[in-house]
Design a protein around this ligand. Structure first.
Ligand code: PBG
Length: 337
């Protein structure tokens, strides 16, 4: 008993009691991270037997389709529900009209067919945006130095169709053009592709955290200018709600907030306002900064990745796209035994 503080019952409320032992900590735990929450973004590249490390994302590689299929088998066995597929396109195929984006035999479509044949139950999500196929690295068609909206939407519809016809389970438009969700839904439904989900990158910010991704898909060096005329200003929050409302009204099945860790407040607002399936993307730059610190011995990798992902759950995310998905799945499997 303190001689300085005379009240015998002080403090009356002891928050630490519940934290004292593992059993009560487990009982009062409010959020859980499970393998069911994970989506693994992957990069496909031409060739056979090719595995190329991405310099700015240590531990992340581009895979040729044959190796990617093997990786998909592995993550399906780990219980990861879905992958998000991105292409690294040969420079010779990039043009100002991004026509390769709707070639039914492009690298994305071939990868989708191979992955769905090998692991039919693994969800395959295709990105919808022109940047990997565009010689100027922009997500849309550029006319007089401006990314034009409506012609881009038409190109995105064609791109969506070849990907859906190749057999992907979901389309994830990451381009931020106006009206693209409704337009894509319409062309899908017209062709009876009624079960292909649309996961809209509804609140996608013009972020500097995408740098390593642009290295991975080879758009960093080709990108002319920035993406501020279509991606959102990091200063804005109400605007994110309007973006989400619009995409939902056009038929989006799930919505996404991107980047992740600096935008947890947006995830929370979206989830509370709409109560719809809300995904978060822990983007390349977030992976890179955690990894760089861990490689320097400044952070404990296993612990910080799990902590960073539980933060998304606490904010209200239903699922998280993360380059750490396979490692986290392994960690979760270990810790549950
Ligand atoms: C492009 C796209 C980007 C990402 C996903 N799709 C980059 C961009 O908008 O320039 C970023 C993903 C990441 O950084 O991990 N449509």
């Amino acid at each position: 008993m303190s001689t300085i503080l005379p009240h015998a019952e002080f403090p009356f409320t002891r928050m630490r009691r519940n934290r004292r032992d593992d059993w009560s900590r487990r009982l009062i735990s409010e959020n859980k991270l499970s393998v069911d929450d994970l989506i693994w973004p992957v990069f496909a590249v031409e060739g056979t037997g090719v595995r190329q490390e991405v310099a700015s994302m240590p531990g992340v590689a581009r895979f040729s389709i044959d190796l990617l299929v093997e990786e998909c088998r592995r993550v399906a066995d780990l219980g990861i529900p879905a992958i998000a597929l991105f292409p690294s396109v040969e420079a010779s195929l990039k043009t100002p009209d991004a026509a390769e984006a709707y070639n039914p035999n492009n690298i994305v479509c071939r990868a989708v067919r191979a992955i769905k044949a090998a692991t039919p139950k693994l969800g395959v999500i295709c990105d919808v945006a022109l940047d990997p196929f565009n010689s100027n690295g922009q997500d849309g068609l550029v006319v007089d130095d401006y990314v034009v909206n409506d012609d881009t939407v038409e190109a995105l519809c064609k791109m969506s169709l070849v990907q859906a016809e190749a057999g992907c389970d979901a389309l994830a438009p990451s381009d931020m053009m106006d009206g693209r969700i409704g337009a894509i839904r319409e062309v899908l439904d017209e062709r009876d592709l009624i079960d292909v989900r649309i996961i809209s990158y509804a609140a996608k910010y013009a972020s500097s955290f995408y740098g390593p991704f642009r290295d991975a898909v080879g758009t960093g060096s080709t990108l002319k200018g920035d993406k501020k005329t279509y991606q959102m200003d990091p200063a804005n929050s109400d605007e994110a709600l309007r973006e989400v409302a619009t995409d939902l009204s056009e038929g989006a099945d799930m919505v996404m907030v991107k980047p992740g860790m600096p935008y947890l407040d947006i995830i929370r607002r979206v989830k509370e306002t709409f109560g719809v399936p809300t995904l978060a993307y822990q983007v390349s730059g977030e992976y890179a900064m955690l990894k760089a610190a861990a490689l320097n011995g400044w952070l404990d990798w296993d612990k910080v990745i799990v902590e960073s992902l539980i933060g998304f759950k606490r904010a209200g995310a239903d699922a998280i796209l993360t380059y750490t998905a396979p490692e986290v799945a392994r960690l979760l499997a270990k810790s549950s035994h």
